[in-house]
Write a protein that binds this ligand. Structure first.
Ligand code: ACO
Length: 361
């Protein structure tokens, strides 16, 4: 069966694409090259929860060829094999788990028991837990929870919120954090720009904004970059005194200055003052970023974060990598719906280095 609406034009080899990014578009893509190289050094087992799809399989073919990860495919075996054959994909000897056919009752009950223990005081019955093991998001995250896989990728074909709930129930939030949040990395002509929260918290409190900032700072440091963080709003440093996002963001900055005095973070500020350090310094010389441009932007709510990254991605040219999920106990990543093959490949590399880090923690 052909997947409707999916363009079948051959995608360029990775190297050709890199050349185009750097030579024609002038994008500095050294960071994603470094991520890919790091992933290849210790390729991890990534479970793809939605392998019934051509684009996922196309990405999987790349990932195998480049040695970035060891994929495990969850999905309808017949459909997967048909897609592989029909598109002459070079995918051999990759484990395919069909939840209806290749999972033993024993295994299903083993996973169901673990889920039941986690959820029995949250209204889940044992029978419901067994039923959930026919759902690839529950089953796939349980594979990561139990160590059968190192990281999880899903979300290609359904809305984000319905994919993230099962993973929150199975994996949960990292110790010392109260929230998860999503980040996007944009590779631009002048280096990488990190944006958060682009995917999870709809109306964050000052505390949630502060938590999101700390999660993002930790994530940016993973890429060996020192975060220079601006908390954004439509007002600068207390200029607006009414209720709303400027006040909440200002409170978040106060919390951060108290709890993390060494973090390079300030706000509230407008986006042009965040991205133009000289301008900001000339008007607000006391600001903690000095005259440096911010490389990390924290948005006052989900609408602004989500809309901004999608506009930038649409109007490019940027290489947009994400959404990178932060704050989960184990490496779980939910793709944006209808991700391109390239986005899936990039997220796989991110998931692998996430899993490498998770081992050493
Ligand atoms: N961080 C950590 N844990 C959370 C969070 C969070 N941000 N939100 C909910 N949880 C926990 C809850 O505490 C709950 O735990 P419990 O059941 O153990 O008590 C569990 O997750 C499930 O809670 P629900 O009440 O079902 O979740 P909720 O209705 O709050 O929904 C969700 C959570 C799905 C993340 C919601 O906040 C949401 O829909 N966010 C927006 C997602 C979205 O649409 N993003 C934009 C598109 S994404 C894109 O463009 C790529």
């Amino acid at each position: 069966a052909m997947e409707s609406g999916v363009a079948r034009k051959p995608i360029k080899s990775w190297t050709a694409y890199e050349q185009e990014l750097t030579e024609r578009l002038g994008i500095d893509n050294r960071l994603i090259m470094a991520i890919r190289t790091k992933a290849k050094q210790d390729p991890k087992r990534i479970v793809f929860a939605e392998a019934n799809s051509f684009r996922i399989l196309k990405a999987v073919q790349f990932v195998i060829r480049e040695g970035i990860a060891q994929p495990i495919l969850l999905g309808n075996k017949e459909k997967i094999q048909e897609l592989i054959k029909e598109n002459q994909l070079d995918i051999n000897n990759v484990p395919i788990i069909d939840l209806c056919e290749s999972v033993s009752d024993e295994k299903r009950h083993h996973f169901a028991k673990i889920l039941y223990e986690k959820r029995k005081r949250k209204g889940m019955t044992y029978n419901e837990a067994v039923e959930k093991m026919y759902n690839h998001d529950y089953y796939g995250s349980m594979m990561v929870e139990t160590g059968e896989a190192d990281a999880f990728i899903s979300g290609f074909s359904r809305k984000y919120s319905s994919t993230i709930r099962p993973t929150l129930q199975v994996i949960g939030v990292k110790k010392d954090y109260n929230h998860i949040a999503g980040m996007y990395m944009l590779l631009t002509k002048s280096g990488p720009l990190f944006l958060a929260d682009t995917t999870v918290n709809m109306n964050p409190s000052a505390q949630t904004l502060a938590d999101t900032t700390l999660l993002t700072a930790a994530e940016v440091r993973k890429f060996n970059i020192e975060p220079r963080i601006a908390l954004l709003s439509y007002s600068n440093f207390g200029a607006y005194k009414g209720a709303g996002s400027p006040i909440r963001v200002k409170e978040a900055v106060q919390l951060l200055h108290e709890s993390n005095p060494d973090l390079i973070v300030d706000g509230e500020m407008q986006a042009n003052y965040a991205l133009n350090g000289k301008l900001r310094y000339s008007r607000y010389p006391f600001n903690k970023l000095g005259d440096k441009d911010a490389n990390t932007l924290i948005f006052p709510n989900l609408s602004s974060g989500n809309i901004t990254y999608k506009i930038l991605q649409a109007l490019g040219p940027y290489e947009a990598i994400g959404p990178i999920l932060m704050g989960m106990k184990k490496p779980i990543h939910i793709l944006q719906r209808d991700s391109t093959v390239r986005e899936i490949i990039n997220m796989t590399a991110i998931a692998v280095i996430d899993a490498q880090d998770n081992n050493t923690n």
